[in-house]
Write a protein that binds this ligand. Structure first.
Ligand code: MSP
Length: 653
């Protein structure tokens, strides 16, 4: 047995009635992020995922495809495993509920619960939803027939069944929720569960006789017509994967640090599962963390609508790490999220390209230009202690946010050090320092930027492993428990090194890379809509507004810029000569015809909006490498500016 602290992290096991979609990828990517962080921080980590293969739903799915149930389960289970391998998901075990060891473990659990009096046999009559694999009392049905969760018709099940005495656990469960305020995350979800349990719990039917694709009861019960209820079978995977009921070698990983799940399966995890564990005499998980639901372009995803997001297609088109970042950053954990290519592109171009990738490019550019690539951190503290303190204060806040599953806040906080770095370049202007002969200060500024990139790289690694490995190799260090200890827990900076040029990490995405989802259902209605849209755009054009597509709009690169130097163009009444920082290695020179309304002093240190991909032009002999947005009416001209300060180079769009 290892003396390291243990962390056991799980995803739900996925039903094999369908291939993986963005919802499955989301849970798995969160779990992978937590597992990677956990390993990096020195915890002995076990990360479990797998497939849920029994039950009537799977049996019917196989039948409808004319396949044997086992062959069908093998096939779909392999597609999940292949996808996670392709996504480099760092799972330690991939469990299948058709594994012999798992089935043995489930039978053992059944015997233990039966022997301690928690299981009894009776007659069951009730309404069952095959799609949700759940029984519902008549009072909960919609129109007396339909499932309250998915809306599909339920079937009446009338058969002999074994029952688990769930009702006997009501008080114990309530005591557990009360004594462990963060057993269910986010905390708001805990209240929902408490209210449900306070409403009273019925005993749970845990066997079925009307089909047989499931785990049989223990042989000594001599009741071969029963198979176990799929949720009892499935939930047990979390302990059978550690060897429960067979070779118990890994049981010292139990209890789980966190079960990651979607909100739709919270009841099974927060009520049934702890009750089963109490009955088995096993400790309860530390956290059950339920995330929200993903929609696409504001609509629920479904096969019939043809709008299901395929995670592999997205990752192939936009990059796996970018997709991971987007999913975790875009949605507060527990809330619902919407997938749209526009939102993904914005995150890539802005947060990743501009704030992170460009910072590394600027460092490569500056160190190459002034110091032949050398970065020496010796004097960082001498000149930039305030900035370092700010960075370390942010880093300290991160770990609790991650273990609290507040991943969007984790990433938000992790971007503060990047803002410190970007602002420091604008503020101290290495090109000016060099002109003034302050080489030591300029080198220290490079050291500060490199330090920030290395520390952010370590903490971003669990979310973006591939990208951060590249950043670390450019900065000549390795991301592991040692560097995490030294540079994140501690305040160490990088040793002196020579920075190599690397390919840009986040090439700008100019237009959507995937085809838009084409609604499949109700074709006549769609063509009607298309006609209506066409009519609408025609009428707008006749009003004199030429309509352009989003692609055309994306062809213009608009950026926030900071005016770092401003002077008059000699002998010109109209022109100012500005140096505008747009997040590149060096400021751009822009000649702007605004002198009638703004003096050079008015413009200095202000922010502007720059058209950044215009062909350079010469005005009064000065090269102009951009155009500023302004609005002019009869009362004069005013600049268009961001409402709040934004990092220089932030894309507008
Ligand atoms: N087999 C059960 C889990 C048993 S765990 C002991 C199951 N499988 S599932 O394949 O239907 O769903 C697995 C996970 O995917 C759930 O956590 C569910 O919340 C998640 N998602 C399915 N569709 C989703 C979205 N559209 N958005 C986000 N997650 C969703 O339930």
């Amino acid at each position: 047995m290892s003396c390291h602290k243990k962390a056991y992290i799980t995803t739900p096991i996925y039903y094999v009635n369908d291939i993986a979609h963005i919802g499955h990828a989301y849970t798995t990517i969160i779990a992978d992020t937590v597992a990677r962080y956990s390993r990096m921080s020195g915890l002995d980590t076990f990360f479990l995922t797998g497939t849920d293969e029994h039950g009537q739903k799977i049996e019917e799915a196989a039948k409808s495809r004319g396949k044997s149930t086992q062959a069908y389960a093998d096939e779909i289970s392999a597609t999940f495993k292949d996808l996670w391998d392709d996504f480099d998901i760092s799972y330690d075990k991939f469990i299948r509920t058709t594994d012999a060891d798992h089935m043995k473990g489930v039978q053992k659990a059944f015997s233990v619960m039966h022997n301690n009096g928690d299981i009894y046999k009776d007659q069951y009559k009730g309404h069952y939803c095959i799609s949700c694999e759940t029984f519902f009392p008549e009072t909960q049905l919609v129109d007396g027939e339909f499932c309250p969760e998915c809306g599909k018709p339920t079937t009446i099940v009338e058969e002999e069944s074994y029952f688990f005495k769930l009702s006997a656990y009501q008080d114990k469960l309530l005591a557990w929720y009360n004594d462990n305020p963060d057993c269910i995350l986010p905390k708001s979800k805990r209240n929902e569960v408490i209210r449900f349990v306070e409403g009273g719990l019925n005993d749970l039917s845990i066997t079925r006789t009307s089909f047989d694709w499931g785990v049989k009861l223990p042989a000594d019960l001599n009741d071969p017509k029963h198979v176990m209820y799929v949720w009892l079978d499935a939930l047990m995977n979390y302990v059978t994967a550690l060897g429960y009921g067979t070779d118990e070698a890994d049981m010292d990983f139990w209890p789980a640090r966190v079960h990651l799940i979607g909100k739709d399966i919270l009841r099974f995890h927060a009520i049934y599962w702890p009750a089963f564990l109490m009955s088995l005499g096993l400790p309860l998980p530390k956290h059950i963390a339920a995330h929200g639901w993903w929609t696409r372009d504001g609509e629920k995803m479904s096969k019939s609508k043809g709008n299901v997001v395929n995670p592999k297609e997205v990752a192939d088109a936009y990059g796996l790490d970018n997709f991971r970042y987007f999913m975790l950053r875009e949605v507060p954990f527990g809330g619902d999220g919407d997938f749209s290519q526009k939102a993904l592109i914005d995150r890539i171009n802005s947060d990743l390209g501009n704030d992170l990738g460009n910072l590394l490019n600027r460092l490569i550019g500056m160190s190459g230009k002034y110091f032949e690539g050398k970065v020496d951190s010796s004097n960082v503290a001498k000149y930039y202690q305030t900035e370092l303190d700010e960075v370390h204060a942010s880093l300290e806040k991160l770990e609790p946010l991650l273990f609290d599953m507040q991943l969007h806040r984790y990433l938000e906080e992790l971007w503060r050090p990047l803002a410190v770095a970007n602002k420091s370049i604008d503020k101290y202007q290495p090109w000016t320092l060099m002109k003034e002969g302050k080489e030591e200060e300029a080198m220290a500024l490079n050291g500060l930027i490199a330090a920030i990139l290395s520390k952010v790289g370590i903490m971003l690694y669990p979310v973006m492993p591939e990208v951060c490995t590249k950043i670390a190799s450019a900065l000549n260090f390795k991301i592991d428990n040692n560097s995490w200890n030294a540079m994140v827990k501690g305040t160490a900076l990088l040793e002196t090194f020579t920075l190599e040029k690397i390919e840009p990490l986040f090439p700008r995405v100019e237009e959507p890379l995937l085809e838009q989802a084409q609604p499949k259902d109700n074709p006549s209605k769609n063509s009607e809509n298309t006609k209506k849209e066409a009519k609408k755009s025609e009428s707008k054009e006749t009003e004199g507004i030429a309509l352009i597509g989003i692609d055309q709009f994306f062809q213009t690169s608009l950026k926030v810029g900071t005016v770092v130097k401003a002077e008059e163009v000699p002998k010109s009444k109209k022109l100012l000569l500005l140096q505008v920082d747009v997040g590149e290695e060096e400021p751009r020179q822009v000649v702007a015809g605004i002198k009638e309304w703004y003096s050079a002093d008015d413009m200095l240190d202000t922010q502007v909006c720059v058209v950044a991909n215009l062909k350079p032009a010469k005005l009064m002999g000065y090269k102009s490498e951009g155009m500023l947005l302004a609005a002019k009416d009869e009362n004069g001209l005013c600049m268009i500016r961001p409402e709040k300060p934004k990092t220089a180079g932030t894309p507008i769009g």
